[in-house]
Ligand binder design. Sequence first.
Ligand SMILES: C[S@@+](CC[C@H](N)C(=O)[O-])C[C@H]1O[C@@H](n2cnc3c(N)ncnc32)[C@H](O)[C@@H]1O
Length: 222
Amino acid sequence: MAHEYRHSGERHIRDSAYLERIHPDIRPVLLGMEAEADRDGLPITERPSTRLLSLVVRAMGARRALEIGTNIGYSAIASALAEGGELVTLDIDPEMHERARVNADRAGVGDKVTLVTGPALETLAGIEGPFDFAYIDADKGSYPQYLDAVVERLRPGGVVALDNLLWLGQAAHEPEDSDFHRESTPIIRAFNEAFLGDVRLDSTIVQVGDGIGLGIKRPSVD
Ligand SMILES: C[S@@+](CC[C@H](N)C(=O)[O-])C[C@H]1O[C@@H](n2cnc3c(N)ncnc32)[C@H](O)[C@@H]1O
């Protein structure tokens, strides 16, 4: 069994490297943000996940999006929004928002981005829907509350995406790497099962980056 895990891990790494080689180069402004995150050890979304999110936002023709967890603004949602669109993006850390503002302006989407600084569970109370698309990528322990707040604010047919649902491989394996993972892995596992069984959504979790959850709000849900 251990051998099969190793084999599939090696295959995943090879597949990822292959796909990276054949995709066209990403925009220099995004490369700059990747370098900024590498340099300062910041937890931005993985590049293949960002490509997927960007494609979903474009395919939907989304105009209004909500993001919980801005960091330096790498997720490229604002750039994917339709003409005249707005991304409302939340982060607890004012320094991240200063950096995200600079990066959004550099990317030419500063006019589409509204930054709301503070603990998201508090700031969400002042944010009104409807949104076409939402991306949850902040403190994992609050994912259930974030999902409730987002579903309330999504239009029927709107899409919610969530990052880190595979939790660096820990969701599928016994926690072993650190105390941090020991504590958080059961939280992620419980969340994943609740998310996939959530009657308000049609949902799936895809094995891209660190695991992206995608859910469509069912039309009959208010
Ligand atoms: C993984 S990063 C977000 C990455 C970003 N979506 C991207 O792709 O570049 C998570 C962010 O969530 C923020 N965060 C953590 N706890 C938070 C909270 N309670 N309320 C709002 N933001 C929070 C952190 O400051 C951090 O910048």
